[in-house]
Ligand binder design. Structure first.
Ligand code: UDP
Length: 244
């Protein structure tokens, strides 16, 4: 993966350029919720809780043709060393919206007119890649809640540090710490069956051929992530089946 002229020759944590941090996923972490899951990559942890479908209030916001998906993302005050101010801000509003768009591309709420399905994503620990970790957790939590989905989604951050393409940037890599061309962060969400891009954001600079290569890297990595998501769902089905 390393290019010959790359300035970024070795990752600070020793990973290969196409290697994700250790991933874990767990389903059913909040038993009182309709669906819940956690998703972790290295030092980034996300939890997602699903409530609904419930009748949407106020009534004028209801859609008689379909239910509505509503996503709220937030970082907990202690999730990074500098305390985060509680409550919404521009960044959290943006991430809530883009997460909602990505999940909306696979969720089908046509069976539940006039309702809302709420997805609450919280980040108790952040080391970059929180929006993609949140989307991974939310997708599993929606499936756990039994919300009809056309397919799953898996998400990963890919990027470019100087001239090198890398996967799953941590906070050190995400920051412009070096003298080279700087770092480019590209969160990507891929649908599980049709392999479509449900979300792509770009923070930095990249050429078209490099972007194409980065998308291929994201698609390949999302296959790995999907396996972890599906395994977590199967484990939950097995243990919840035993309790019944
Ligand atoms: N971050 C921070 N304080 C903030 C927002 C972000 O320290 O108020 C850190 C956190 O580790 C986060 C990273 O910066 O994961 C990258 O943030 P970005 O906005 O690029 O989104 P993310 O990569 O988390 O989706």
């Amino acid at each position: 993966m390393a290019k010959e002229k790359s300035l970024y020759l070795k990752r600070n944590d020793g990973r290969k350029f196409d290697e994700v941090r250790p991933i874990t996923a767990k389903v059913g972490i909040v038993p009182s919720a309709d669906g819940s899951a956690s998703f972790e990559t290295g030092g980034t942890k996300a939890i997602a809780v699903v409530r609904g479908p419930r009748t949407l209030h106020p009534q004028h916001k209801q859609d008689p043709r379909t239910g509505i998906l509503r996503v709220s993302y937030g970082m907990m005050p202690f999730s990074v060393t500098d305390r985060i101010r509680p409550g919404p801000n521009r960044r959290s509003e943006e991430i809530s919206k883009v997460s909602e768009w990505a999940l909306n591309s696979v969720v089908d709420l046509s069976e539940f007119p006039n309702t809302v399905v709420d997805v609450f994503i919280q980040i108790p620990q952040a080391d970059a890649g929180t929006r993609v970790a949140g989307i991974n957790a939310a997708a599993i939590a929606l499936a756990h809640a039994g919300i009809p989905m056309k397919e799953m989604v898996s998400a990963i951050g890919v990027g470019k540090i100087d001239k090198t393409l890398v996967v799953d940037l941590d906070k050190y890599e995400d920051s412009d710490f070096h003298d080279g061309e700087g770092s480019t962060d590209i969160p990507v969400v891929i649908t599980s069956r049709t392999k479509k891009i449900a979300l792509l954001q770009l923070d930095g600079k990249i050429s078209v051929p490099e972007l194409k290569e980065a998308i291929e890297l994201a698609k390949k990595t999302c296959e790995e992530i999907l396996k972890v998501q599906m395994k977590a769902l199967k484990e939950a089905n097995r243990s919840e089946g035993k309790k019944k």
